[in-house]
Design a protein around this ligand. Structure first.
Ligand SMILES: Cc1cc2nc3c(=O)[nH]c(=O)nc-3n(C[C@H](O)[C@H](O)[C@H](O)COP(=O)(O)OP(=O)(O)OC[C@H]3O[C@@H](n4cnc5c(N)ncnc54)[C@H](O)[C@@H]3O)c2cc1C
Length: 434
């Protein structure tokens, strides 16, 4: 239901410029030309919507989840690209005509004016570049931050180019109301960038955090704890995540998302369980207590607050245990009456973290490369393991929360669906947007 409402709202918003164009200008034209305009208009509107979809709107991310938002962001990116690439070719079947004095809305003219066309051509080239750089980011060997900078800059340039192209070449945009609408929408899109990189950091500067503890949990995993300098706690729900800036100014583009591994009921200090992976995470060993940090959050919908299911299954692989630790703590500290079962998969015993806390609840540890002395579960988290871990009654009524490596999440998802668990009772968080 919520999904239908959100998709309908999105479609209506994206169609707004098209509806305004038809309302203010009307007049059906040659079919292929009309289709060309429709695709051009929709493509530009979708590109503008991408700014909001990737703009970390907290309430939106709490409802929909960053995962879903980013997947939608990618799908819309492809749709906008296809529409944009087809759009100019649909005009070529009709003769190009210059603007006539009696045709103030340029209804019957396809402009051939160089400046109007040139910005469209530039955008036509830039848009595929933007998509290719994003889709093949991990195969193209360059820094994540470099990609983010490029992505933002190209996207902002596209807005400028497309706005100019629409206002000068677009026949519907010759109408003043339609033109004003495009300008407002473009401004809102760019405002999300301004908010993200200039206004939000101002709030972070006024609410800094300090490293209160750093602890090595395993060969490659760390627990990093932070406390608010001014004592103002973050208003979050267990299982959510935040973007962390450490050793960089609040205005820096260098920030990393991490699930909050602590619970609101534990007080104002928050902690993260972080696995060494790349540039930032491999510096954790050199971080000292007292260093200043900035936090942007909370985000995400991996939370069990407000859910009415009688039981909760937390299924984690590796560092995917981080949000589960927060959820389990919150349930314990608030004496939540819901039943709880944790499945925690790792390769070897040394990778298991926070065992004391997990031993206090019903936890099944699963190792794919167990030692001979190991007495817990063995193998990988697959359909068989999921089927043998829960009763049909639990499949029929519990909430399943899953976080871990993508193949594990896919396997768990398929196993749960096969056991009749509806999508609404499965919550997922991917640590990778690729
Ligand atoms: C919602 C979410 C929650 C996460 N929670 C945890 C957690 O609790 N514990 C944990 O260990 N890891 C978590 N991660 C993964 C963590 O963000 C990355 O491992 C970390 O950012 C890598 O940074 P790096 O500089 O060390 O590596 P890099 O070498 O810079 O990057 C390695 C890869 O990490 C990802 N990454 C890097 N920077 C970012 C960024 N700013 N935004 C999104 N992805 C990025 C990219 O896929 C990149 O290719 C989470 C990721 C997401 C999206």
């Amino acid at each position: 239901m919520q999904r239908t409402v959100l998709i309908t709202t999105y479609l209506l918003l994206v169609s707004l410029p098209l509806l305004a164009s038809w309302y203010y200008v009307g007049q059906p034209r040659i079919f292929w030309q009309e289709l060309g305009s429709v695709l051009g208009i929709l493509s530009f509107a979708m590109i503008l919507s991408e700014f909001v979809l990737s703009g970390r709107v907290k309430s939106f991310s709490r409802k929909v989840g960053m995962d879903t938002t980013m997947r939608f962001h990618r799908i819309i990116g492809w749709c906008a690209l296809v529409a944009a690439l087809i759009h100019p070719f649909l005009y070529s079947s009709t003769p190009t005509t210059g603007p006539w004095p009696w045709d103030s809305t340029r209804q019957y003219a396809v402009t051939a004016e160089f400046t109007a066309i040139s910005t469209g051509v530039l955008a036509f080239v830039l848009l595929p570049v933007l998509v290719v750089l994003a889709v093949w980011r991990s195969s193209l060997d360059y820094h994540y931050e470099t990609w983010r900078r490029l992505h933002g800059l190209i996207a902002a340039a596209l807005v400028g180019l497309l706005l100019h192209h629409t206002l000068t070449a677009g026949r519907y945009a010759a109408n003043e109301s339609v033109a004003v609408l495009w300008q407002i929408l473009s401004f809102v899109a760019l405002l999300t960038l301004i908010y993200r990189y200039f206004i939000a950091p101002l709030f972070q500067v006024s609410n800094p955090w300090r490293v209160s503890a750093i602890e090595k949990l395993s060969n490659k995993q760390w627990k990093l704890s932070l406390e608010p300098e001014g004592g103002r706690a973050m208003d979050y729900q267990a299982g959510q995540f935040a973007w962390l800036k450490l050793r960089h100014s609040a205005f820096s583009i260098r920030e990393n998302p991490f699930s909050i591994a602590s619970a609101p009921a534990q007080g104002s200090e928050i902690s993260f369980v972080i696995k060494e992976l790349g540039d930032f995470t491999s510096t954790l060993g050199s971080i000292s207590v007292g260093e200043r940090a900035y936090i942007d959050g909370p985000y995400g919908s991996l939370t069990v607050d407000g859910r009415s299911e009688p039981g909760i299954a937390l299924i984690a692989g590796g560092v995917g245990i981080a949000p589960m630790l927060g959820i389990a703590s919150q349930l314990q500290l608030t004496n939540d009456p819901r039943k709880l079962k944790v499945i925690y998969a790792n390769r070897s015993q040394e990778q298991i973290v926070c065992r004391e806390q997990l031993d206090a609840v019903d936890t099944l540890y699963v190792l794919s490369e167990p030692s001979q002395e190991w007495v817990g579960g063995t193998g990988i988290v697959d359909q068989q393991l999921i089927e043998s871990s829960f009763t049909q009654e639990q499949f029929d009524s519990w909430l399943f929360v899953v976080c871990g490596p993508v193949p594990m999440m896919d396997a768990v998802w398929a196993a749960l669906i096969a056991k009749g668990v509806p999508q609404e009772r499965i919550l997922l968080e991917r640590f990778n947007y690729d």
